[in-house]
Design a binder for this molecule. Structure first.
Ligand code: SAM
Ligand code: DTB
Ligand code: SF4
Length: 333
């Protein structure tokens, strides 16, 4: 009996496909865990041999008061959460936060606006200034602010925006159960506008909202059949916030997150798969499994938008224990 696997098993390469079917994806999600992990790792090691992990810092620039009715979101006016609406932060304090994030080791700075859509005017001009300022610091800049027009997307691109975050959140079939004030189709149209303007896409979803395995597969199918794939794919698990319609849902089994991350890695080998909301509920070992299975980015900083995130010191320790490299610049193109 040989204890050493043939070398060829470790030098697997990957082929980027855009023709995944829901059934193939379901099969991946349901594989025996050891087999799924093995397959995901082969892709991950080939695509990202150094296990490089990007640290992205997140700031809520405009908090609360959003007119959309996303059932998971404490910032919706339809929820009765404790989130207090705040006026938009000014440009300089935002850039100060970006400087601090850089000092703490982040290389992407993501800014959120609790808006249904971007409107032209003072707030948008300030957003452009923030993007320029973040880029001048040498950081990648990401914005999430709802729907936008072609012209707004072009102006953001000209300001140097690296990525626009606009999640699909759940499957097209499950969408109406989670959000009724906009359609899945509108989400796709915004993504197309962002893509046409030459901005990279950050687009993913949330698990733990009572969806079925079929829904998870269907969400991943929409993402994995985009050509090109979104450059970054945040996988959130629901943070059940008091006052939202989903407040009573219990946390998912951490291994479901591992499966979702591993499957996303197999489907979209070159994309950054970001382990996003819900890391506090995952625990150390499950997060390490996610890093092994293909997560190569995390939100880094003590808060997400309105909820908490693991402490920076804890994350530094976790990443060191996992033996991954942070923000090591690399390209998988
Ligand atoms: N309003 C913009 C939009 O919807 O695109 C930007 C902000 S929104 C808060 C950004 C994303 O955060 C959502 O699409 C959703 O995927 C995620 N999110 C919000 N609340 C969450 C929660 N309680 N648990 C997990 N993810 C959440
Ligand atoms: C994403 O997919 N997750 C982040 C970011 N993109 C904008 C937001 C998570 C928000 C979690 C709930 C909160 O803190 O309000
Ligand atoms: Fe929250 Fe964004 Fe939905 Fe508004 S559009 S309720 S900010 S997730």
């Amino acid at each position: 009996m040989t204890l050493v696997a043939p070398r060829s098993q470790f030098t697997n390469s990957f082929k980027v496909r855009y023709d995944w079917t829901v059934n193939e994806i379901k099969e991946l999600l349901e594989k025996p865990l050891m087999d799924l992990l093995w397959e995901a790792q082969l892709v991950h090691r080939a695509a990202n041999p150094g296990y490089n992990v990007q640290l992205a810092s997140l700031l809520s620039v405009r908090t609360g008061g959003c007119s959309e009715d996303c059932a998971y979101c404490p910032q919706s006016i339809h929820s009765s959460s404790d989130v207090v609406n705040k006026p938009q932060l000014e440009v300089e304090p935002v850039l100060e936060k970006a400087r601090l994030a850089k000092e703490a080791g982040a290389d992407r700075f993501c800014m959120g606006w609790a808006w249904r859509e971007i409107r032209d005017g003072k707030s948008f001009e300030a957003m452009l200034e923030m993007v320029r300022g973040v880029r001048d610091l040498g950081l990648e800049a990401c914005v999430t602010a709802g729907m936008l027009t072609d012209e707004q997307a072009l102006r953001l691109a000209r300001a140097g925006l690296t990525a626009y975050n606009h999640n699909l959140d759940t499957s097209p079939e499950n969408y109406g159960r989670i959000i009724t004030t906009r359609t899945f189709e509108e989400r796709l149209e915004t993504l197309q506008r962002v893509r046409s303007a030459g901005i990279t896409l950050c687009c993913g979803g949330i698990i733990g909202m009572g969806e079925s395995l079929q829904d998870r597969a269907s969400l991943l199918e929409v993402l994995a059949t985009m050509n090109p794939h979104p450059e970054s794919v945040p996988i959130n698990s629901l943070v059940a916030v008091e006052g939202t319609p989903l407040e009573d849902l219990s946390s998912i089994d951490p291994l479901e997150m591992v499966r979702m991350v591993a499957t996303a890695r197999i489907l979209m080998p070159k994309s950054k798969v970001r382990l996003s909301a819900g890391r506090e509920q995952l625990g150390r070992e499950a997060q390490i499994l996610c890093l092994q299975a293909g997560a190569d980015s995390i939100f880094y900083g003590d808060t997400l938008l309105t909820t908490s995130n693991p402490k920076v010191e804890e994350d530094r320790k976790l990443l060191a224990e996992a033996g991954v490299k942070v923000n090591f610049s690399y390209s998988r193109e």
